[in-house]
Design a protein around this ligand. Structure first.
Ligand code: GRG
Length: 269
């Protein structure tokens, strides 16, 4: 990722991109790419460009999500958000650059051209109007309105789930996994993605901003329907457990060493 940042021709832009990328974060999406590729025997280095590309897209989405016009948050990854640290125009451009550069990354490297095309397609589909941006739009439209269970799960499938599923699918593409195993991997990723979001909803009300490294009580501040507002804390925890078990169970159906993927799933436990 650092090597890619050096491609920028403007120091302020590069600083703003590096500021958000280097702030850390769990690196969950790149980890899913690498763990999936490795589970099916691919050398992890072959998956590095794809892993970096998805973290670029994720980081852009956080920068833009925090903007005053969206969630208007001032803390992210333990630091002032990009528009607070720099200014709004710089934050928008840092996000634009990370998103666009992600596709140069995904198309680069020494994998066969057909594999790189599949990676670009997977990432664009998950991040774009069929996926994450649609989810963000649903989120904006859902603010100050009550959503029912179906609308809430559709929102999260798009906003958070699509990119997590793409991470696993990209790892599978690098390793050339067959169709039957891809279906099982996708079942794992879909359950993990929903569980991940439910956990985020729970922590938004149970943890402090210092514990989270990002603003808390954001959902209430933006009058959002969440798994906690819909099902209560106990109900949300039950749903989280169900998704966790579904994710672990999908892995047992794969004939591969899925121990690292299982350890990632344990983040939900
Ligand atoms: C602006 C187009 C656009 C999309 C934004 C994903 C997203 C869409 C916004 C993030 C808002 C949010 C807090 C969603 C809850 C789940 C989530 C994606 C949390 C952040 O991901 P982590 O926990 O973050 O993996 P780190 O910092 O660890 O990488």
């Amino acid at each position: 990722m650092d090597a890619e940042l050096r491609a920028s021709h403007d120091a302020r832009l590069a600083n703003a991109m590096a500021y958000s990328l280097d702030a850390g974060g769990k690196r969950l999406r790149p980890l899913l790419v690498l763990a999936t590729a490795a589970a099916f025997g691919a050398p992890v280095v072959a998956a590095y460009p794809a892993a970096a590309a998805i973290e670029f897209v994720h980081t852009y989405s956080l920068i833009h999500d925090d903007l005053p016009a969206m969630d208007n948050a001032d803390l992210r990854r333990g630091r002032a958000t990009s528009h607070v640290q720099f200014d709004e125009a710089t934050a928008i451009l840092a996000g634009d650059a990370l998103l666009t550069d992600a596709f140069r990354l995904a198309s680069s490297g020494s994998l066969p051209a057909a594999t790189r095309l599949a990676l670009v397609n997977e990432l664009a589909t998950a991040a774009g109007s069929p996926g994450m941006v649609a989810g963000q739009m649903m989120d904006m439209e859902g603010s100050h309105r009550d959503l029912d269970a179906a609308a809430l799960s559709a929102l999260h499938r798009h906003k958070t789930g699509a990119l997590l599923r793409a991470a696993v699918a990209m790892g599978a593409a690098v390793a050339g996994v067959d169709q039957a195993d891809r279906v099982q991997l996708d079942a794992f990723a879909a359950a993990f993605g929903l569980g991940f979001q439910i956990k985020d909803d729970i922590e938004d009300v149970t943890e402090t901003a210092a514990q989270l490294g990002k603003s808390n009580s954001q959902d209430a501040a933006n009058a959002k329907t969440t798994y906690v507002t819909l099902y209560g804390l106990t109900g949300a925890r039950q749903q989280l457990r169900a998704q966790y078990e579904q994710a672990r169970s999908a892995l047992t159906k794969l004939d591969a060493d899925t121990s690292v993927l299982a350890a990632i799933a344990d983040y939900l436990a």
